[in-house]
Ligand binder design. Sequence first.
Ligand code: PLP
Length: 489
Amino acid sequence: MTFCARCGESKDRGGHGECDQRLALEPPRHCEICGRRMVVKVTPLSWTARCSRHGVIDPTTSTADDLLARDARHVWHPYAPMPPTMTPYVVDSAAGVRLRLRDGRELVDGMSSWWAAIHGYRHPVLDAAVTDQLGRMAHVMFGGLTHEPAVRLATRLAELAPGDIDRVFLCDSGSVSVEVAIKLALQYWQERGRPGKHRLLSLRGGYHGDTFAAMSVCDPVDGMHHLFSNVLPQQAFLSRPPGGVERPVDPVWVDEARAVFATQAGELAAVICEPMVQGAGGMHFYNSGYLAVLRELCDEYDVLLILDEIATGFGRTAHLFATLAAGVTPDIMCVGKALTGGYLSLAATMTTGHVAETVSSGAAGALLHGPTFMGNPLACAVAAANLDLLTGRDWQADVRGIETRLSEGLEPARHLPGVADVRVLGAIGVVQTTGPVDVVAATEAAIERGVWLRPFRDLIYTMPPYVCSPQDVDCIAEAVVAAAKAGAA
Ligand SMILES: Cc1ncc(COP(=O)(O)O)c(C=O)c1O
């Protein structure tokens, strides 16, 4: 039996003669959700198929099987082999805090798309910011030109940043903003006539991105140093502060830090660290008092302080920036991830007038960096709207509410076999296991409970969108516990 490509009816029942040629090209389509035959509409250039119940598919998305076959052949996923060993889930759309999979299942996003989608998906204010800006221009080069979205965003960031941090260098991604921060620090000391200060001091267990300078300051054991040891700049490392946000600052660590400064400050351009939360390096939480110690040592030994707020920035720890918990102002600060509410890739390296002017007054006369898509207007417009949205609501109450519910909801995981620790800070909840998590089993267990999680190493963790309802947060917490039951070693 053949089907009319226009109306989807059996050709035996008559119909559209002119479709015959298309029939050979386009086989009948059946809805992947309910199995109903879909009505196929053919235009000279393309076709679409509509299920009366579940809407439209178009030829670019094709069926889930087609899509996954092409994905496996052509698409390289993060930290994944090629061809892949795990099949990804196909997302068709997302709205509010839910992802809609191709098979019709809806999942509460427990990951905020890797810390970014703090206001969830398809937020009307953020959608409008993008579409309004699209009506003016999607992009324009930033050398010699400027525009309102970039100026608005930079002004807003300067207002929100701690202390006298008010100079903003816009860039494409978190890793690039770390590159820029390192470059700023190195240029700063060159312009001050001390080129010997060329090394970075980083905390063990840190993660700052995947580009080369950023990699060089990631944890030297768990990072990628062993693969690139011949080319990575050699940096200095300091033990990470002991875990526990409430645990008093350890004088032994302070002595160690002081000894490193005392012996190496002549070579140190800057210290770089993630304030309060080391994210991808182990979801390690530490007392913000250590930042005050680092600030003091940096001042005493003439070293710049770079704080990487890419994961922690914009409220995740219940402080707008984690450094505010310690009342510390860094010399350079990196932000990204939640900056655009997860809409577009954008980051910023921010610094003080002193650092900016020192770098600019030297022989080079400028910071030697300038990405093609610097200050992309679409990204700046949505970032500015996102910051207004964040500061225009009681985000702290939202984050504290999530903290309370996650603390209660994750408690049952504490006594599960294979669980080493359970910890919560702001809108971040972590179950740490005693061995590597069975990622497939843990992910499936969460999906069965209607939640998207992405465990790694020995961590099953969540950082929900701030706009999650209490029920959504409870649901996420249950899913984390279920994932720990299924995936803990
Ligand atoms: C603290 C920190 N710094 C830098 C980065 C790198 O950011 P991006 O992935 O946008 O390059 C990340 C990403 O996870 C991060 O968590």
